[in-house]
Write a protein that binds this ligand. Structure first.
Ligand code: ZN
Length: 414
C-alpha cells in the first residue's frame, strides 16, 4: 500500500472506529426500555473494507451469525447481499469509505424482515470467498466477502446485465445467479513441512531428521484432505529443499490460502519431555519453552545462510492491524479446535496451546498455526512419529479439526 493511501485509510478507519464506539454506547443507553427487542434483531455494529485494487475484503461485525445470499449485476457493477432483517448501527457516511475493488456501499431494510447490502464495485471483480464466522473470544460474529479482480469479459460472462433481468423480481424469486460456487472457490489449505535441504531441523535420539518426519507427515495429511474433495491442498515443499521462512508465508499469500499449517517436531534437552503442541503467533511468548522454540525455529534461515533482506517491514496500517487481529482470533479458534481433536488421538504436552513470535506464522490475513507433532529427543515420541499407526491417527484428527474450522463457511455453500 502506498504511503499516502495508508495515511488516508488510517484517518478514515480511525473516524469509523471512534464513531462506531459512540453510536453503540448511545444505542445501549437509550434502548433500555426494550431489552427483548434488542435480542431479537441482528445488529451490525461496524463495517470496513481492507485491501487493494487486486484483492479486497469487506467485513461486517454482527451481534450473531445470519444466513445471507450473494449475487451480482453488471452495468453498473454491483454485488448484492440479501439477509434477514439486520439493524445497521453504523456511523453516518460509513458506506462512502470504499477502497480497492469496493467503491462504496449502502444498506438497509428492503422489505419487512429483509435487509440488503449493495456494494458498488470500482471495476470487474468476482467473489473469491464469502462466509459468516461465529463469534469467538468475545469478538463479534463476522460476515466476510473477499473480492478478487477479474476481467471485464469474465465478469460479463458470469453476471447478468440489469436489462436482462429485472432486479427486484429476480430478488423475490431468488433466481439471480449465485456467485462463488465455482470449483476454484474451494478453500485453499497450505501445509508447510518445516526445514528441508541444508536445514535438517531437530535430530532424533535414533538419528531421525525433523525435515524428513514432517515432510512424510504432511504428505499423508495432504492425501487425506484431498480425499475429501472439499479443499485445494498445497505444500510449500514436497521434496528435500531449503525454503526461507518468508518465502513460505509468501507462498501461502500468493495462493490465497485460507489456512496455513506449519508442521514440525521438536527436541528438548530434557529427554523425558514428550507430546504434541499447537502454537499460534503472539508478540510475547506464552512461556519460556515457547520463546526458546520460536527462537530455534526462527533461526532456520540463519542456519541455511539465507539472505534476510527481503524480510517485510512491519507496516503500521490500522486496516492491516484490524485484519491481523481478526486473523489472530481465527488462528486461536483453529488451534483450540485442533487441540480438542488431538486430545482423543495423541499424547499432548501440558498446556498444549502455546504462542510465541514465529516468523512463519506472520501472514496478517491468513489464519496460521505451527504444530509440533512431538519430541524427537524423546525415544518414545520418536518411534511414534515414524510409525504408520500414529501418523494415521494424528492426521485423521487434523482433518477433523480442519473440517470443523471450515464448517461454518462451507455451510454457506462456499
Ligand atoms: Zn522445526
Amino acid at each position: 500500500m502506498r504511503f499516502r493511501e495508508t495515511i488516508a485509510a488510517l484517518f478514515v478507519a480511525l473516524v469509523a472506529v471512534l464513531a462506531t464506539a459512540g453510536v453503540s454506547a448511545r444505542a445501549e443507553s437509550e434502548d433500555t426500555s426494550t431489552p427483548k427487542a434488542e435480542n431479537s434483531v441482528v445488529v451490525a455494529s461496524a463495517a470496513r473494507v481492507a485491501g487493494d485494487a487486486h484483492r479486497t475484503r469487506f467485513i461486517v461485525d454482527l451481534s450473531r451469525t445470519v444466513k445471507f445470499a450473494a449475487s451480482a449485476l453488471a452495468d453498473p457493477d454491483r454485488v448484492i447481499l440479501d439477509m434477514p432483517e439486520v439493524r445497521f448501527d453504523l456511523p453516518p457516511k460509513s458506506g462512502e469509505s470504499g477502497r480497492g475493488l469496493v467503491k462504496a456501499w449502502r444498506y438497509g431494510l428492503i422489505a419487512p424482515g429483509k435487509s440488503r447490502i449493495v456494494l458498488d464495485l470500482s471495476g470487474p471483480a468476482r467473489i473469491d470467498k464469502s462466509f459468516v464466522l461465529p463469534s469467538v473470544d468475545g469478538q463479534p460474529a463476522r460476515l466476510v466477502i473477499d473480492f478478487v479482480k477479474t476481467t471485464r469479459a469474465a465478469f460479463l460472462a458470469d453476471y447478468p446485465r440489469p436489462d436482462a433481468v429485472a432486479e427486484d423480481a429476480a430478488a423475490e424469486k431468488g433466481d439471480r445467479k449465485p456467485v462463488g460456487k465455482a470449483p476454484s472457490s474451494r478453500p485453499v489449505i497450505v501445509l508447510d513441512p518445516g526445514h528441508g535441504g541444508i536445514d535438517t531441523g531437530a535430530v532424533g535420539v535414533d538419528g531421525i531428521n525433523e525435515k524428513v518426519v514432517v515432510l512424510e507427515f504432511a504428505r499423508l495429511l495432504k492425501e487425506k484432505l484431498e480425499a475429501e474433495g472439499t479443499y485445494e491442498v498445497l505444500m510449500t515443499r514436497d521434496d528435500d529443499r531449503f525454503i526461507p521462512l518468508g518465502k513460505r508465508v509468501e507462498f501461502a499469500r500468493e495462493h490465497g490460502a485460507s489456512l496455513f499449517i506449519s508442521v514440525h517436531a521438536d527436541s528438548a534437552p530434557q529427554n523425558y519431555v514428550r507430546g504434541a503442541t499447537v502454537y499460534t503467533l503472539s508478540e510475547r511468548a506464552s512461556d519460556a519453552i515457547a520463546a526458546a522454540l520460536a527462537k530455534r525455529e526462527n533461526s532456520s534461515d540463519i542456519l541455511a545462510g539465507a539472505d534476510l533482506e527481503d524480510e517485510p517491514d512491519d507496516v503500521a496500517d490500522i486496516l492491516i492491524d484490524l485484519a491481523r487481529r481478526e486473523t489472530k482470533s481465527f488462528s486461536i479458534f483453529f488451534a483450540r479446535t485442533l487441540v480438542s481433536e488431538f486430545e482423543s488421538a495423541v499424547k499432548l504436552i501440558k498446556n498444549p496451546w502455546r504462542s510465541a513470535g514465529f516468523r512463519v506464522l506472520k501472514a496478517y490475513d491468513i489464519p496460521s498455526v505451527l504444530v509440533e507433532l512431538g519430541y524427537l529427543s524423546n525415544k518414545h515420541d520418536e518411534s511414534l512419529l515414524v510409525s504408520h499407526e500414529w501418523r494415521e491417527r494424528a492426521a485423521t484428527a487434523m482433518v477433523a479439526s480442519i473440517d470443523r474450522f471450515f464448517q461454518p463457511r462451507l455451510a454457506q455453500g462456499q
